[in-house]
Design a protein around this ligand. Structure first.
Ligand code: PEP
Ligand code: MN
Length: 361
């Protein structure tokens, strides 16, 4: 086994040791046969962690809201007949008690629940003293602090095996995703909570089969630790999330197509080379900072002049000129307009802030 591909779940007592950790199973448990047959096929393909929703948070009433507690008996059968570990979503204290009583191995907290600090605190209190892995999905709204807060509440209950699931964020606009990934948010979570394993849920991000591979690959390239993917023996007939579920066979093909890259190169020559290149990047970054600092000093001088002569700070014509000139130059350097506009808008804004401060002194 390649040591580089080990995931951080080693101490979690899970049967898998290689990256990516994969949790798979239907969006919802529908019947004993559907649950068992899906689990058996997945197990045959080497999947050891099973998922199935029993209590389903649905956006609108009068749609299928899950089979309820009876589904826990089917999960028990999955454990007994396949040896897989089983997981389900909990959203309230009653769910926690029932799932724990039936010996569910892993639980996850859904996106609608993690958006609610009261609900999170109640779940955390109910979980005190429990030693199973708990995964916290990102809240439906793109708020990293809310996600971190939800994780902290679970950690605060003394749970040591806490992971995060990135399942994308709701938007009003229709996009190609069901929930836009906004990759910068999980990246920020990673930066601030580097000890928390992060897995990706391409099914709820994508909402459709044809982009599951692309999203999963992106997650692997961003060094996620695992994937949770919805799989159903008859996806088109699924009672919930039919469009995004895939057969166990299709799941296996997807996993086989993933290219797993490592963070650091096992080849020391290559990694020395990488080190050199990184040094170069660091050098350029500090040059960029120095140049911005020099520019701001000139901006401040202009600010003093504007103040002394009663001239407005914002000069739309001048700003337009700067932008036009810089965009012309950028084209020769093969830099996209979008990128250049973003950078120069930010620089311009900071210049205005500096001059405003001088004006008000
Ligand atoms: C699910 O995993 O089936 C689910 C309901 O997910 P989410 O909370 O991400 O919508
Ligand atoms: Mn689902």
């Amino acid at each position: 086994m390649n040591a580089m591909l080990e995931h951080p779940f080693k101490e979690w007592g899970l049967p898998e040791t290689e990256r990516p950790l994969v949790i798979a199973g239907p969006c919802s448990a529908e019947s004993e046969e559907q649950v068992l047959e899906t689990a058996k096929q997945l197990k045959n393909y080497g999947i050891n962690l099973f998922r199935a929703g029993i209590w389903k948070p649905r956006t609108r009433p009068n749609s299928f809201e899950g089979v309820g507690s009876i589904g826990l008996e089917w999960l028990k059968l999955v454990q007994q007949e396949t040896g897989m570990k089983v997981s389900t979503e909990v959203a309230n204290v009653k769910h926690v008690y029932e799932a724990l009583r039936m010996g569910v191995d892993i639980i996850w907290i859904g996106a609608r629940t993690s958006a609610n600090p009261f609900a999170m605190q109640e779940l955390a209190d109910a979980l005190k003293g429990v030693d199973i892995p708990v995964f916290v999905k990102n809240p439906v709204n793109p708020d990293v602090d809310l996600w971190i807060g939800a994780i902290e509440r679970i950690q605060g209950a003394g749970i040591s095996k806490v992971g995060a699931i990135h399942r994308g964020f709701s938007t009003f606009d229709k996009t190609r995703y069901r929930n836009t990934p906004q990759w910068q948010l999980p990246i920020e979570l990673r930066r601030r909570m580097s000890e928390i394993p992060l897995i990706c849920d391409p099914s709820h991000i994508g909402g459709r089969r044809d982009i599951l591979l692309e999203i999963s690959q992106k997650a692997m390239d961003l060094n996620y630790d695992g994937l949770i993917i919805e799989s159903h023996i008859n996806p088109d007939k699924a009672w919930s999330d039919a469009k995004q579920q895939i057969t166990p066979d299709a799941l296996k093909k997807l996993l086989n197509s993933l290219i797993l890259r490592t963070v650091s190169s096992p080849d020391s020559l290559l990694s020395n080379n990488l080190e050199d290149l990184r040094h170069e990047i660091d050098k350029y970054d500090s040059n960029i900072l120095q140049i911005i600092d020099d520019r701001m000093k000139v901006v401040e001088k202009i600010g003093e002049y504007k103040k002394a002569n009663n001239i407005t700070i914002f000069q739309p014509d001048r700003w337009q000129q700067i932008l036009t000139k810089i965009l012309e130059k950028a084209q020769k350097h093969n830099l996209s307009d979008e990128f250049i506009i973003q950078i120069f808008k930010a620089i311009h804004q900071e210049s205005i802030n500096k001059q405003t401060k001088i004006m008000n002194e």
